[in-house]
Design a protein around this ligand. Structure first.
Ligand code: SAH
Ligand code: SF4
Length: 350
């Protein structure tokens, strides 16, 4: 397989001795115009295009399908060059009381094929980790989604398939290019990395120069509850995780978010709501409650609406600084991570 051009930062591109202005033209095609195919880079001489195409691949993945429509949540399934499948979700934000759509678009980005951490409720972790994504495959998702949307992407959340902090080797250089004004030009405060709680990596991320945001997948207020659904808690128990969060906050002076998916009979009792509120107060963290999105073949369920509301109320009463209840927009299109790929592979298997 040829090397992927997007795996190396554009300011390192030497491109077989092409003059700097040609390299700049190529950067412009890719990052400004979103054109990845050598054939379409019409201001490059044919001989240069042919020569570079022999050496470099520029297209990290092909689109297999899109679910949903442009004015709602859209889910992409992409096939990588080695046939592995990954997903991305594009979410438009709504504002105002009359449901008028604002112009903000958020892309949920994948960082691995599968995931090694095996959270029991998650479709991405079902078959373990296949491989890490490369830097170019991470950037490629944004370029392809942007092209499909026909407009800029405002926010990135690293909440697709995989554990971003287990692949910082690719994620960090991808972030460098995402942040760069000559790359994708998305500001750090519009980028959120979500982690299931890899303590040493949280501390490493705290030292990353750009102020990217951090979300912690907590999903349980104590070790017993967390451990039932998240094996990582055995390696990094909740107390260590909360301490790492404190260190991150101290370093960054930024609020973090505690993500909490609500699963019936597992973590939705009101005692857990109290614990969650305590942790949020201690960290001065936002809380994001997410009713579980059911995964085919798994036993877990979303609680009744009345229980979701009672849980929400209890966290608010516990004086958590800011609590939101996010009713999953993509519920009807398998928008939780890993689900579309799961469906596609079962289709393939038929
Ligand atoms: N590995 C990282 C980021 C990817 S998962 C992490 O775990 O944080 C992104 C978020 O989706 C996590 O909070 C995860 O717990 C949540 N999630 C996974 N499966 C889900 C499901 N079926 N319904 C709702 N949220 C889910
Ligand atoms: Fe991996 Fe995150 Fe899914 Fe857990 S929730 S298996 S860490 S992708």
């Amino acid at each position: 397989m040829k090397p992927l051009l997007l795996d190396s930062p554009w300011d390192d591109w030497e491109l077989e001795g092409a003059p700097a202005y040609r390299v700049e033209q190529i950067r412009d095609w890719i990052f400004e115009k979103g054109i990845l195919d050598w054939e379409e880079m019409s201001n490059l001489p044919r001989s240069l295009r042919d020569e570079l195409a022999k050496i470099w691949d520029t297209i990290p993945m092909e689109q297999v399908r899109i679910q949903g429509s442009a004015d709602t949540t859209q889910k992409f399934l992409w096939r990588l060059r080695d046939e592995q499948l990954i997903e991305g979700v594009l979410i438009p934000a709504t504002t105002g009381t009359k449901g008028v759509r604002s112009s903000r678009l958020t892309l949920c980005v994948s960082t691995q094929v599968g995931c090694a951490l095996g959270c029991k409720f998650c479709a991405s972790g079902l078959d373990g980790l296949k491989r890490n994504l490369s830097t170019g495959e991470i950037i490629g998702q944004i370029l392809l989604a942007r092209k499909e949307a026909g407009r800029r992407i405002d926010n990135l959340v690293f909440m697709g398939m995989g554990e971003p902090l287990a692949n910082l080797r690719s994620v960090r250089p991808a972030l460098d290019q995402i942040l760069s004004p000559k790359g994708l030009g998305i500001g750090a405060r519009h980028i959120t990395l979500s982690t299931s709680g890899l303590v040493p990596k949280i501390l490493e991320l705290a030292k990353y120069p750009a102020q990217v945001r951090l979300a912690i997948s907590l999903h349980g207020g104590d070790n017993q509850t967390r451990e039932r659904i998240m094996p990582i808690n055995r390696t990094y128990p909740i107390e260590q995780l909360l301490e790492a969060c404190e260190r991150f906050i101290e370093e960054r002076k930024k609020m973090i978010t505690l993500e909490y998916i609500l699963i019936e009979g597992i973590n939705d009792d009101l005692a857990q709501a109290e614990l969650l509120a305590n942790h949020a107060r201690r960290l001065n963290a936002k809380v994001n409650l997410i009713p579980y999105n059911q995964v085919e073949g798994l036993e877990w369920k979303r609680p009744e609406l009345s229980q979701i509301r009672a849980f929400h109320k209890k966290v608010e009463e516990g004086n958590a600084p800011r609590v939101t209840l996010r009713m999953e927009k993509g519920h009807d299109i398998d928008a939780a991570c890993g689900q579309l790929r799961l469906r596609e592979s079962s289709v393939d298997a038929c």
